[in-house]
Ligand binder design. Structure first.
Ligand SMILES: C[S@@+](CC[C@H](N)C(=O)[O-])C[C@H]1O[C@@H](n2cnc3c(N)ncnc32)[C@H](O)[C@@H]1O
Length: 195
């Protein structure tokens, strides 16, 4: 189900605000699981020369929609890929994610989080949402991450289904990774890191 324009507007609010600042340095943005590209559309008009915008979509149907919509736009780089196989040579100021974590095995969700954090610059913002019918957190790690690093949280009722939107501010990505290691499964009394 595509996100509503209300969710899109709220999800990109901080991004648009930062992109609109005068005399700023160039910014790097990563969008994950854009689907039909509604967030992408809101971000694109605000980019300036020197900004970098990567968009990663796994599904061929959605990728083709994105390609049709944005193929003449030189400012967005579309990647038809699984995010876990996407290894850019840069880190990002913003990671905007629509990845459906709740539909993935928790082992995969944790891998996604680890990969996302590894791509964050110090001070980066991660923006993501979950539908309110999935109110719980999938892992201790996600719960703790939100508790410690959430700088904004909002419920967007005008979306089907309503969504809880989180903005995390990752001042120290390495410290977040350390939280992650605490959540690694224990096998035979030994913590299995790097799973
Ligand atoms: C909830 S939908 C996105 C909704 C989007 N905001 C919209 O309005 O269309 C989740 C998207 O994540 C994509 N996705 C799922 N797993 C992915 C992965 N491993 N890598 C990249 N994209 C993925 C799906 O194909 C889908 O387009």
């Amino acid at each position: 189900m595509p996100s509503s324009r209300y969710l899109a507007r709220d999800a990109v609010r901080l991004v648009v605000e930062k992109l609109g600042m005068n005399h700023r340095e160039s910014l790097s943005l990563l969008e994950l699981g854009p689907g039909t590209g509604i967030f992408t559309e809101h971000i694109l008009p605000n980019l300036k020369k020197g900004d970098h915008f990567d968009v990663v979509e796994l599904n061929s149907y959605f990728y083709n929609i994105l390609h049709r919509k944005f193929r003449f736009n030189g400012e967005v780089r579309l990647h038809h890929s699984d995010f876990l196989k996407f290894h850019p040579d840069r880190a990002y100021d913003f990671v905007i994610s629509s990845l459906p974590y709740e539909q993935m095995p928790s082992r995969v969700t944790l891998k996604m989080w680890r990969h996302k954090l590894s791509l964050c610059k110090p001070g980066a913002h991660i923006i993501y949402y979950k539908y309110v019918n999935f109110n719980h957190f999938r892992s201790r790690f996600e719960k703790q991450l939100v508790r410690e690093f959430c700088s904004d949280e909002k419920i967007v009722f005008l979306n089907m289904p309503p969504a809880r939107l989180f903005t995390l501010t990752i001042d120290d990505p390495l410290r977040c990774m350390a939280l992650f290691e605490q959540d690694a499964p224990v096998k035979n009394g030994v913590r299995v890191n790097g799973f």
